[in-house]
Design a binder for this molecule. Structure first.
Ligand code: KG4
Ligand code: ZN
Length: 337
C-alpha cells in the first residue's frame, strides 16, 4: 500500500510518500518562517495565501523527484485538523481533487495523531498501550493511548502550549520565529541555580498544565535584566529546565496511574535534545521504554500524515465524506467517527 501525505495545518507545507513495504520514499517540507518572523508569530491570512502557491507544485516536485507513478498511489492522506481553517482548506481541497482524479480514497488525518504515532515511522517495535506526551506549538497534552485510534486526553494545558511559550520568550530575546531551537541554544550558555522559578500546577492533583504565569514571570525577569547578558542566559536555562521538570513529573504520574511501561514524547518541542536527555535520565531509572521521533519528524511533516493515513486505510477506520472535510478544532479523542 502506497500513500501520498499532505500536511498543511498551520504554516509549513509537507508532502510525503509512505509505502507499507518499502517505508518512507520521500518527505519534503517548505517553511514560511521568513514571511511570518517579522510579526513574531504566524499571520493566518498570509499563511493560507502562501499555501496556494506552495502545495500543488510541491506535490508535483515529490512525484517527479522519485519518479513515482501516480497510478501506484493507493490513497491520499491529508491533515484535516486541528489547525487554521484557511490552511487546512487548501490542503484538503487539493487532496480531494487528486483522489477524485485518481479514483482512490481520501483519508482525513488528525494532526495530533500524526505527531503521536510519528516514532512508528521508523520504529516497528513501538506498541500500544502507552502514555503520549504531546508538546507542540499549539498543544500540550498527556494522552492515554489504549490502542490505535482510541486516545483519552488525561490532561492538557489550560492556557499556553509549551512551544508557544518558547516562541514568546525567544521573541522577547530577539531570537527570531519560531524560537524554540534558538532559545535552547541561547540557554546553553546559562547556569542553573541563579534564579528561583515557580512551577505552576506541578503538584496539582490532575494532569493539566498551566504555562502562562511562568511565561509572564520569565518575561518580567528578562525586562529587569535586559542589560546583563549572563543573567539572560541563566534565565533562559532555568526557564527551560522548569518547563521540562513539570512535563516529566506529570508524565511519570500518568505512567504510574495507568501502570503502562511505555512513554512516547512527540511534537516540535521533542526536538530539544536537553529535554530528551533529561527524560532518558529520569525515565530510564524506572525501566520505562521511551520513544521519540527522529529529528525530521519532530516538527510538522507529511511523513506522519502519510503513515497514519496508511494505518487508517488498512484498518478501514477513516472518515468517509462526500464533501471536503476539515475540523479546525478536531480533538484527538474523537478520531474514529
Ligand atoms: O509540532 P510543531 O512543528 O507545530 C505544531 O503542531 O504546533 O511544533 C512547533 C514548535 C514551535 O513552537 C517551536 O519553537 C518548537 O516546536 N520547537 C522547539 C524546538 N524545536 C522546535 N522548542 C524547544 N526546543 C527545540 N529544539
Ligand atoms: Zn504539529
Amino acid at each position: 500500500m502506497r500513500i501520498l501525505g499532505i500536511e498543511t495545518s498551520f504554516d509549513d507545507t509537507g508532502v510525503a510518500v509512505y509505502d507499507s513495504k518499502l517505508g518512507l520514499l520521500i518527505n519534503e517540507i517548505r517553511h514560511q518562517d521568513k514571511i511570518h518572523s517579522k510579526y513574531g508569530g504566524v499571520v493566518p491570512e498570509l499563511a493560507f495565501r502562501e499555501y496556494i502557491y506552495q502545495v500543488a507544485p510541491l506535490v508535483q516536485y515529490v512525484i517527479k523527484k522519485k519518479n513515482i507513478s501516480f497510478n501506484s498511489i493507493d490513497g491520499i492522506a491529508y491533515t484535516a485538523g486541528p489547525g487554521l481553517s484557511g490552511s487546512l482548506l487548501i490542503g484538503s481541497a487539493i487532496s480531494c481533487a487528486l483522489a477524485y482524479a485518481g479514483e482512490i480514497p481520501v483519508i482525513p488525518v488528525n494532526h495530533m495523531e500524526g505527531h503521536l504515532l510519528s516514532p512508528m515511522i521508523e520504529n516497528n517495535n513501538m506498541k500500544f498501550p502507552f502514555i503520549g506526551l504531546l508538546v507542540s506549538g499549539k498543544h500540550t497534552q498527556l494522552i492515554n493511548a489504549c490502542k490505535f485510534g482510541q486516545y483519552e486526553i488525561l490532561g492538557q494545558t489550560l492556557d499556553d502550549a509549551v512551544g508557544e511559550v518558547f516562541d514568546k520568550i525567544a521573541h522577547a530575546l530577539h531570537l527570531g520565529y519560531p524560537g524554540g531551537y534558538a532559545l535552547s541554544k541561547f540557554a546553553q550558555k546559562g547556569n542553573l541555580g541563579n534564579f528561583v522559578f515557580p512551577k505552576p500546577m506541578k503538584c496539582s492533583l490532575n494532569f493539566n498544565f498551566s504555562f502562562s504565569g511562568l511565561k509572564t514571570f520569565t518575561l518580567n525577569l528578562i525586562r529587569r535584566y535586559i542589560n546583563n547578558m549572563q543573567a539572560l542566559y541563566d534565565i533562559a536555562c532555568e526557564f527551560e529546565y522548569t518547563i521540562f521538570d513539570i512535563l516529566i513529573y506529570k508524565a511519570i504520574q500518568a505512567l504510574q496511574m495507568t501502570g503502562y511501561t511505555r512513554l512516547v514524547v512527540a511534537g516540535g518541542v521533542s526536538a530539544n535534545y536537553k529535554f530528551i536527555s533529561l527524560l532518558k535520565n529520569k525515565i530510564g531509572l524506572d525501566n520505562i521504554e521511551l520513544y521519540f521521533p527522529s529529528i525530521n519528524f519532530c516538527t510538522d511533516n507529511a511523513a506522519m500524515i502519510a503513515y497514519v493515513g496508511m494505518m487508517h486505510l488498512k484498518l478501514n477506520t477513516y472518515i468517509k465524506r462526500k464533501n471536503i472535510f476539515i475540523d479546525p478544532k478536531w480533538s484527538i479523542d474523537n478520531i474514529v467517527k
